[in-house]
Design a protein around this ligand. Structure first.
Ligand code: F6R
Length: 613
């Protein structure tokens, strides 16, 4: 996702910002830029240099540029609103006010209308430029960047981390956030603001993390942090002491935790090749199957093992709903031996992170032998399953080192959503308008995921309660059901705790007998069409003395009332909810396992690639 670096200090801001952006390259990006002060003291102006493509393109342009100022900001952009291009690259500048932004401004259309009615003209297609307009308008009145930010904040809805500078205050940076991370490094004679400590660590190991609804004011080398209500906050300065091993893990204690936090980027990478940002439509490029072949399909099987199988179950809900094609899901080891009946015009989709899982590979070979058209969804390119299938879509998650799959799972969910949308539109079941709305929802997803991950500490605290139970019943309905299955698997394999995933409607058909005060029910219950029914299930469990932890949407009073613990997710569409809900279930399992002292990256008896039956 987008990377942010801001700098004030004795060094050349250009060098520090570009080096910092380089460190953030792992987040993925499609354009980059800097805004740095230049000119004689007392008459400094912002000079902006931006380039589409890799940082090398920006560096080339910067070779001939020099800046006399000490203040600057830089950004690597992952396109959400507006195609990847130089004009959409950050920083965005309006009348001497420049900013960089990571996230999504949800009410950008209302803001744009208001600004346009005042005669504003726009130089990009981004939501971020609109914030620059709002701040520029405010600073004309307040003559102070910090006060301008205070005035503008109530106008913004969405997830954002923003760093702004104004040429009339050549030693001031103002940073504020709601969701995506921001951290400030305090050096000897310098301050570095960044989206990630990686960009800071080679200059200083003293850092302050900014929390949601706080505004950080950097004035020279002084840092003050305020609440949005204007109260000074006493922030703790943390010392980062990373070992070589931690540098490899980007400062995270385990690969798994790093990979959980990489998920917004993994999902963005999975989607990027397939979304046309101009038409807001899905274009499955390099699929290897023709439109004619896909139009003929009237049945789909999705076959996989473990976590990949649970992604398949989610895919069934999405494809059936969007494309109206019957979908069967199969555990690969069952499919290959049960003598599956494959009618003509069947597509068999095999899902495998490693692309080498023996049962999934055997299922693929059998499907081909039985005359099915096949499509693989793999993370590892040129793996056996990838090579042997007729068509392919990549998870594009980047290497997954932790044995327990995390980022490959959410990337698969994202890819299956796009596949469902693509088939829906191909078969005339999904209108262009509905497709464009669904694409917008998917584009907002990485920023929403970042805002969920920002509550990692909170999930860690909830996990401490979970570890004292005899077992956990994960439940969900509709597309939340596979998340319940996945939550239970994660807890089993990492914490070695007994857990079951159930369709919540099944509760009365057996599991209710298990309920007592030592069995936790964990209900995945976002505000969707199944919400009321899941709530009733929880009330039944409550009436029988059950202990409940629920995952819901926003500040849901009814769910809170029926639950001992409540974990909240941002408001999202039904298709996006399971991807958001996957994050707390992963983090709960991770933190329980960590607290129990287990080897989180290599759980006992498990292997990353299961190449034998
Ligand atoms: C669980 C996990 C496994 C794998 C399964 C299939 O965290 O990682 O359940 O999902 O072994 O592996 P792939 O996707 O490589 O076929």
């Amino acid at each position: 996702m987008c990377g942010i670096v801001g700098y004030f200090g004795q060094k050349n801001p250009k060098d520090v910002i570009v080096a910092g952006l380089k460190r953030l390259e792992y987040r993925g990006y499609d354009s980059a830029g800097v805004a740095i002060l230049d000119g004689p003291l007392g008459d400094q102006h912002i000079k902006v240099v931006r380039a589409q493509g890799k940082l090398a393109e920006l560096s080339k342009k910067l070779e001939t540029e020099s800046f006399s100022g000490r203040l600057g900001i830089g950004h690597t952009r992952w396109a959400t609103h507006g195609v990847p291009s130089e004009r959409n690259a950050h920083p965005h500048t309006v009348d001497g006010l420049s900013l960089v932004h990571n996230g999504i401004i949800e009410n950008y259309q209302d803001i744009k209308k208001e600004l346009a009615s005042e005669g504003a003209t726009f130089n990009s297609d981004t939501d971020s430029e609109l914030v620059a307009h709002l701040l520029s308008r405010a600073v004309r009145e307040t003559k102070d960047l910090f006060k301008a930010v205070e005035n503008v904040l109530p106008l913004l809805r969405g997830a954002y981390a923003i760093v702004a500078m104004w040429e009339k205050q050549p030693d001031v940076l103002v940073a504020f956030k709601n969701g995506p991370p921001l951290v400030i490094g305090l050096g000897e004679k310098e301050v570095i603001v960044a989206s990630d400590v990686q960009a800071i660590i080679s200059y200083t190991n003293k850092v302050v993390y900014i929390d949601d609804h706080e505004i950080a004011l950097v004035k020279g080398t002084d840092l003050k942090v305020f609440t949005t209500a204007g109260h000074l906050v006493k922030k703790e300065t943390q010392t980062i002491n990373w070992s070589a091993d931690q540098v490899e893990k980007a400062g995270f204690k385990h690969f798994m935790l790093k990979e959980i936090h990489e998920q917004p980027r993994a999902v963005a990478s999975a989607m990027a090749p397939h979304i046309n940002l101009e038409t807001k439509s899905v274009e499955l490029k390099d699929l290897g199957l023709t439109t004619e072949q896909l139009k003929k399909i009237d049945r789909i099987f999705i076959v996989a093992c473990g976590t990949s199988y649970y992604a398949a179950v989610a895919g069934k809900y999405v494809i059936e709903k969007l494309a109206h094609i019957p979908v069967e899901t199969d555990i690969a080891s069952e499919f290959r031996y049960r003598g599956p009946v494959i009618p003509p015009n069947t597509l068999v989709v095999t899902i495998s992170q490693s692309g080498e899982t023996a049962d999934t590979l055997a299922a693929l070979r059998l499907a081909k032998k039985l005359g099915a058209l096949t499509l693989s969804i793999c993370n590892v390119r040129a793996s056996s399953i990838d090579r042997e299938a007729n068509g392919r879509i990549y998870m594009n998650s980047g290497p997954e080192i932790g044995v327990a799959s995390t980022k490959a799972f959410v990337s698969t969910l994202a890819v299956l959503n796009l596949f469902g949308m693509f088939l829906g539109s191909l078969r005339g079941r999904l209108s262009a308008q509905d497709q464009s709305a669904a694409v917008e929802n998917m584009l907002a997803l990485p920023a929403q995921m970042e805002s969920v991950l920002a509550y990692d500490k909170f999930f860690g605290e909830a996990a401490m309660k979970l570890k004292d139970y005899r077992g956990v019943l994960f439940m969900g309905r509709g597309v939340s059901y596979p998340i319940a299955l996945e939550g239970a698997l994660k807890l089993k394999e990492l914490a070695y705790m007994h857990a079951e995933g159930y369709a919540a409607g099944e509760m009365k058909h057996g599991p209710l007998a298990l309920i007592d005060d030592r069995m936790l029910i964990l209900m995945v219950c976002p505000s969707d069409e199944h919400y009321e029914k899941s709530l009733s299930n929880l009330e039944e469990a409550r009436a029988r003395g059950g202990k409940i932890m629920s995952i819901g949407t926003g500040d849901n009073a009814a769910l809170k009332a029926v639950s001992d613990d409540y974990l909240s997710l941002p408001d999202a569409s039904w298709m996006v909810n399971p991807i958001l809900a996957a994050l707390p279930v992963q983090l709960l399992a991770y933190h329980v396992a960590e607290a129990l002292g287990h080897d989180v990256d290599q759980p006992r008896n498990l292997a990353k690639s299961v190449t034998v039956e």
